[in-house]
Design a protein around this ligand. Structure first.
Ligand code: NIG
Ligand code: FE
Length: 411
């Protein structure tokens, strides 16, 4: 090998979806060390360049490593019993009134040790990795006390150290009202602002702060207080908003420069305009739409027209989206929300990265979610004929190679 240059790897004659679009010509992608060095049509790669590279594969469809920008992967217990109750006709609200729903997961999560939570979350994360995920966001939100929220975030960080995947953590203290604050929702928000956020920031455990802005959770004014506390600690913000009703949470979040507004089935025109002006991402969660048998569609056409970037994520969680399959979400995004396959793919690559601030916009120079020179080499090679086929068929097991940070982890 000449000098101390890193070994170059090439994927040649591939059909390339680069994070935004599928390129027309057969492409070559050259990786040196942890970074993508060159992306070019095969016709532009001279024999000398090719001779200096190890051929990793010839042909196939390549996409950026998938970015799942919204998950609740760390949790205790299971809600399979509630699933059965719901099938028998008991409503989600009734289950919550009986102490079930989010609060039943909170009880199980509080009871679980860090070790137990880690062991339970690991195979869930492995399932995402095996289907092409290289970057995943993991929220807290089932602890709802300072100690238990930090415990969840620590588990999320440990998962990122143990497995070949980038983990981005989000503090979701304002997810639900814990039983000990039953009649004092403002008191709980004070705890989130004055103790939880400072503690998570001091320990470097949270990369962002999220809220659940909804009639059954927290008001727009309460969520705004949480955002102000996050800003005071230099943490970016995002919101679960307009999932069940239109409170204007997304517009308020956008005014605070939110990375994203998530769910947004009930988002109105003003909300769409606010997201556009702020450059916030609309995160679509078709798994929750499906599981809750929601009928109100997010305003896809208006978002598209306004040029608001649309991300797609699993929302993997024990209640509203017990789905740990990212490529199934590509299919759901198309069949349920009528995204094009290219839009769905961009939603789980370039726009997913943007929803995490990892697209080189404000918080990072990583440029994740794109296949371009200089970006980290997070890549997936798939056994499909066209990129659209990833969204077309529901068929796990099509991942041929996965590259994380320049290392081939699946072959
Ligand atoms: O993203 N919308 C709020 N929170 C979660 C669901 C939490 C649960 O049911 O456990 C969501 O859908
Ligand atoms: Fe969620």
């Amino acid at each position: 090998m000449p000098g101390n240059q890193p070994t170059r790897m090439i994927w040649r004659d591939i059909t390339l979806f680069d994070g935004i679009a599928t390129l027309p010509a057969p492409m070559g992608v050259i990786v040196a060390g942890e970074r993508i060095e060159r992306v070019a049509p095969m016709s532009e790669l001279d024999p000398e360049t090719l001779a200096g590279c190890t051929v990793m594969a010839s042909g196939g469809v390549m996409t950026p490593g998938l970015v799942d920008c919204h998950t609740h992967l760390v949790f205790g217990g299971s809600r399979a019993d509630e699933f059965e109750q719901r099938l028998e006709g008991v409503s989600y609200e009734e289950i919550a009134r009986r102490g079930g729903g989010i609060l039943s997961t909170v009880a199980a999560t509080r009871e679980a040790s860090e070790e137990t939570l880690f062991a339970a979350a690991r195979p869930r994360l492995q399932a995402l990795i095996d289907e092409g995920v290289t970057t995943v966001e993991i929220k807290s939100g089932y602890g709802l006390s300072v100690a238990d929220e930090l415990k969840m975030l620590r588990v999320a960080r440990r998962l990122g150290e143990a497995l070949p995947v980038r983990v981005v953590t989000t503090l979701l203290g304002a997810h639900a009202l814990p039983p000990e604050f039953k009649d004092d929702s403002d008191g709980y928000i004070r705890l989130v602002c004055e103790e939880m956020i400072p503690a998570a920031a001091a320990e470097g455990l949270a990369d962002a702060v999220d809220v659940f802005c909804e009639t059954i959770a927290f008001s727009v004014a309460q969520c705004e207080r949480v955002f102000e506390a996050a800003e005071a600690h230099g943490l970016p913000i995002k919101a679960h908003a307009e999932q069940l009703s239109n409170l204007g949470g997304s517009a308020m979040a956008a005014r605070h420069g939110a990375l994203s507004a998530d769910h947004i089935e009930y988002l109105d025109e003003a909300g769409v305009a606010a997201l556009r002006e702020a450059g916030s991402v609309a995160v679509l969660l078709p798994g929750a739409f499906h599981t809750l048998r929601e009928t109100k569609l997010p305003p896809i056409a208006a978002l598209r027209e306004a040029g608001v970037p649309m991300a797609v994520a699993t929302d993997a969680n024990p209640g509203s989206s017990p789905i740990f399959d990212p490529t199934l979400m590509l299919n759901f995004a198309c069949t349920l929300f009528r995204l094009t396959p290219q839009e769905a793919l961009a939603g789980m690559t370039a726009h997913g990265a943007r929803a995490l601030g990892l697209d080189d916009r404000r918080f990072s120079d990583l440029a994740l979610g794109r296949i371009e020179a200089g970006a980290p080499a997070d890549l997936c090679l798939w056994n499909v004929d066209t990129p659209a086929a990833l969204a077309y068929a529901v068929q796990p097991g099509r991942l041929r190679q996965r590259v994380f940070n320049g290392e081939v982890t699946h072959d």
